[in-house]
Design a binder for this molecule. Structure first.
Ligand code: SF4
Length: 499
């Protein structure tokens, strides 16, 4: 996952850029980057594996001078990429995941296009996007051509002399939101980046929409395709920041609703206290406590937010170590109590079992009732790297054990009224070693978010693709571009001045 932030100001923008980008630190732990354009480009990229964005960039940003800039926090690739292209120089930051990246890179290599940012034998996705954009007749055409050939999703910020081009992925999986204040415009993945930097939310970009932000305001360059909108439901359940809103819907409030809906189904258990696995489980737990009338307490606290998300570091050993170290149990709260523990989700289940549930039993909990705020995860994310291999998922492990082999069609296991679903959940509960386990249903999760079901990506749980994503044929870059309905972008098309 990545978070991106861009700003155009009448004055020097680097301080706003620094803080605005830093407010995306919860989304990635591997790389941070900022690029500012004044008389020239200034760009800095640092690895964040061992230290936080603020400490790495504090000295840098004071040296960066210019009125427009982009920043990124990334769990995957070093960015922003700088490219001296046929369109002039630009810097690019992206958020998303390109499933067919290797295939596209191989095609470009055959056409004589080189890549410089290769690490671990994998092409840098942002560099790949830059090279794909460069195939266009102009930048907007290039972004659309890129959208045509990628599988997965990509939202981006492209900084050049004209301003910042902001484009949201065609399916709207990843959010991009425009903000405004006196003398400055900004665009962000997280609206929480606006609150303390003084921006007011103007609106979310539509799926596939492309805008240009510069000193004169914002110009829409392509309107996007609203009917493809399927924003990631996991943003509200886990990955988003509590103070953020997407499509105008706040994360914290959705999590509280999730907790309330979980509590409504729990008429058959008697518990002493309600809790949540920090941090994202807290709001789910608070909602559960409000609905059930039971006290919310903290049997587990996180020693420091500096550890970040336990799944984000790429090595499993580091993820496990972080998970073990960051949560500290409070025996005085746990001992002798029946506890509801709200969790955002269960991915592999191993960290929950080994580092959360074990700590509670070790402190003499009487009963442990686990309540994930979303249904069993069945499919790894294809669009933004939120989950990992299919074989690792706890639900898939359970199915493998129950059936004796992997299943292609898991529809019976995604139906919460089926006997197979019940047996799968019982198997996971036994494996986790908990008193009871009850997952949120898809219907309740959708109700808590409050968007129509068809406007949400639910692929993680149901494996349903947005129709437009299906690309069954081999990609030939030259032929995949549909005949352009619009002529090449000459700064004349879709130039509706919006503000
Ligand atoms: S597959 Fe899951 S994590 Fe990925 S975009 Fe869809 S809902 Fe979000």
């Amino acid at each position: 996952m990545s978070g991106i932030f861009g700003v155009v100001s009448k004055d020097n923008c680097s301080e706003i850029l620094f803080y605005g980008t830093d407010y995306h630190s919860h989304l990635g732990t591997e790389y941070g980057g900022m690029a500012v354009l004044g008389t020239t480009f200034t760009r800095q990229i640092h690895a964040l594996g061992q230290s936080q964005f603020k400490s790495k960039f504090f000295n840098d940003y004071e040296q960066m001078k210019g009125n427009k800039g982009i920043g990124v926090i990334s769990a995957f690739s070093e960015q922003p990429i700088y490219l001296n292209s046929k369109f002039g120089s630009f810097c690019l930051a992206t958020n998303g995941f390109i499933e067919n990246a290797e295939e596209l890179a191989a095609i470009l290599l055959k056409k004589g296009i080189s890549f410089s940012e290769v690490s671990s034998k994998t092409v840098n996705h942002t560099e790949l996007i830059a090279k794909l954009v460069n195939r266009g007749n102009d930048l907007v055409d290039g972004i659309e051509k890129m959208f045509d050939v990628i599988e997965g999703s990509c939202s981006l910020l492209l900084l050049n002399r004209s301003g910042i081009y902001a484009a949201r992925d065609r399916f709207g999986h990843t959010p991009l939101i425009i903000g405004k204040k006196d003398n400055a415009w900004a665009v962000t993945s997280e609206t929480s980046a606006f609150h303390n930097t003084g921006f007011e939310v103007i609106r979310d970009l539509g799926p596939g929409e492309i805008i240009l932000i510069n000193e004169d305001g914002i110009v829409q360059r392509r309107p996007g395709i609203l009917k493809t909108n399927q924003i990631c439901a996991f943003l509200w359940i886990y990955t988003g920041f509590p103070a953020s809103s997407y499509e105008g819907i706040n994360v914290e409030v959705v999590r509280e609703k999730c907790g309330r809906l979980l509590a409504k189904h729990d008429t058959d258990i008697h518990v002493d206290i309600v809790s949540g696995v920090p941090d994202s489980g807290f709001a789910h737990g608070l909602g559960y406590a409000m609905e059930s009338g039971k006290p919310f307490r903290r049997p587990l606290v996180k020693y420091t937010p500096g550890y970040g998300r336990s799944y984000t570091p790429p090595s499993q050993r580091t993820r496990d170590l972080v998970a073990k170290m960051k949560l500290v149990a409070i025996k005085e709260v746990i001992e002798g109590n029946s506890i509801v523990v709200c969790e955002d989700s269960i991915v592999r289940g191993t960290q929950l079992k080994n580092f959360t549930i074990k700590k509670l039993w070790d402190c003499n909990a009487k009963e442990i009732h686990i309540r994930p705020a979303c249904p069993p995860l069945m499919f790894p994310c294809k669009f933004n790297l939120s989950t990992r291999s299919i074989h690792e998922l706890a639900a898939r492990k359970a199915i493998r054990q129950l059936e004796g082999h992997d299943l292609k069609d898991v529809s019976e296991y995604t139906d919460p009224t089926s006997d197979k679903y019940r047996r799968m959940v019982e198997w996971i509960a036994r494996d986790l070693n908990v008193t009871t386990l009850r997952y949120q249903t898809v219907d309740d999760m959708v109700e808590a978010i409050g968007l129509p079901r068809e406007k949400l990506c639910l692929y993680c749980w149901l494996g349903e693709y947005p129709r437009i994503c299906r690309r069954k044929t081999k990609i030939d870059i030259k032929e995949t571009r549909k005949p352009a309905a619009k002529k090449a972008d000459k700064d004349t098309l879709s130039q509706t001045k919006l503000w």
